[in-house]
Design a protein around this ligand. Structure first.
Ligand code: PMP
Length: 428
């Protein structure tokens, strides 16, 4: 066995490009808990960035992966069909609108985004894509170009992909001088202007948006914004892509974020919670649109891996059998109202917002500290006490709450008690 000290020094052999928000050397995980190699327990309210929606290592998913591994690990999608993928398609089709009936699988969120760009260009014959300010779509060159959540995601990687235009997103807390409705109208007005001045509808293949901004700050758009986008896209022959990589699979209290807004995309992107940690992502669209994608013009070795598909099928069953959407709504409601009451005592909390268990707590500068240092200090204090939280937003000034959808009120209260202590310590 490798001596422990060698493993420690091996940490220095990992690229520094991973920032490592904690030094935890995790050995195992269960539901909302992580356990390090010394047996210390941590409450994981990151769900591994919105992945372990049904809790880490759900026993039913573990069994499904084991059973599939005995039969087939890799069935290459251009060479063979395999049962887990065919069954997954059938299962997903049952929970999606009938217009979204054709599937393409990839491994990561970024790859799904990249695939959507390629499909949109290929199918429409048009070059340009519109993305929205504060959006996060991934790390590959195309997905990165659509990403404007923070400059670090883009800096020093120029030239970026050509043909991308950025429109404003209605981030109400940033534009406090306007009501959310006014702001939404203004953003639509600016988008219309962009279509007249920068990229005409005849040159615009698609618009891509997260129904709730994720890395950009956990921002829910005003009610009619997405419906207005839908209207513009339908009128002008532009495809509407919803990146539901973080909002999907129950995170917002509905299976998909778009259900809150009663708007359907032309292309839906899925990943993260889709397969509970097995690398699986995908793109869903209507078969008529997919028919434009010439056989062989896109692909990949591992997309739709058999183990990942088996994990995904079981994940969908668990979401249903354990009524996790209900729990996400109920617990999310509890979390938001508890955080809102904390905001009455702590003036550094500027806004608490969210849908389901996708909850953001945005900080504002106080007399001593900047909003970003408040959020970072709170995150670190919580970590010391065994609660893992992440930040998001341009300056990491938003604490995001992303617990597994299985979370109980008791577990939330345990975490909130630590968070409240952190608020007190950091601001006094
Ligand atoms: N889109 C969204 C909305 C995301 O949240 C993420 C990941 N945080 C991605 C795309 C990229 O996914 P991946 O990291 O799996 O490439």
């Amino acid at each position: 066995m490798t001596p422990y000290r060698d493993l420690i020094s091996n940490k220095h052999k990992l690229s520094p490009v991973w920032p490592h928000f904690t030094q935890i050397e995790v050995e195992k995980a269960s539901n909302c808990y992580l356990y390090d190699t010394k047996g210390r327990e941590y409450i994981d309210f990151t769900s591994g960035i919105g992945v372990a929606n049904i809790g880490h290592n759900h026993p039913r998913v573990v069994t499904a992966i084991q059973a599939q591994a005995e039969k087939l690990i890799h069935g290459q999608a251009t060479i063979v069909y395999h049962q887990p993928m065919l069954k997954l398609v059938e299962k997903l089709a049952r929970v999606l609108p009938t217009s979204l009936d054709n599937f393409f699988f990839t491994n990561s969120g970024s790859e799904a985004v990249e695939s959507a760009i390629k499909l949109a260009r290929h199918a429409t014959g048009k070059p340009n894509i519109i993305a929205f300010q504060g959006g996060y779509h991934g790390r590959t060159v195309g997905a990165m170009t659509l990403t404007t959540a923070k400059t670090i995601y883009r800096s020093n990687y120029q030239p970026l992909m050509p043909g991308v235009h950025i429109a404003p997103f209605p981030y109400s807390f940033r534009y406090k001088n306007m009501s959310p409705e006014m702001l939404s109208k203004w953003c639509i007005h600016e988008l219309q202007h962009l279509l007249k001045t920068q990229t005409s509808p005849e040159e615009t293949a698609a618009m891509i948006i997260e129904p709730v901004l994720g890395e950009g700050g956990y921002v829910v758009p005003p009610k009619h914004f997405l419906a207005n986008l839908r209207e513009i896209c339908s009128q002008k022959g532009i495809l509407l892509i919803f990146d539901e990589i973080q909002t999907g699979f129950g995170r917002t209290g509905e299976l998909f974020g778009y259900e809150h807004f009663n708007v359907k995309p032309d292309i839906l992107l899925i990943a993260k919670g889709l397969a509970s940690g097995m690398p699986l992502s995908g793109l869903v669209a209507n078969h008529k649109l997919m028919e434009h994608w010439k056989a062989g013009s896109h692909g990949g070795t591992y997309g739709g891996n058999a183990l990942a598909c088996a994990a995904s099928i079981e994940t969908l069953r668990v979401i249903h059998d354990e009524s996790l959407l209900d729990n996400a709504r109920k617990s999310g409601h509890h979390l938001i109202s508890r955080l809102q009451s904390l905001s009455e005592d702590y003036s550094c909390i500027g806004e608490v917002r969210g849908l389901g268990l996708m909850v953001g707590c945005e900080f504002i500068d106080d007399k001593k500290l900047t909003r970003s240092s408040i959020a970072t200090k709170i995150r670190k204090y919580c970590l010391d006490k065994g609660l893992i939280l992440l930040t998001c937003g341009t300056e990491d000034h938003v604490i995001r709450w992303v617990p597994p959808l299985t979370v109980t009120i008791d577990q939330l209260e345990q975490a909130l008690a630590i968070f409240e202590d952190a608020l007190f310590e950091v601001t006094n």
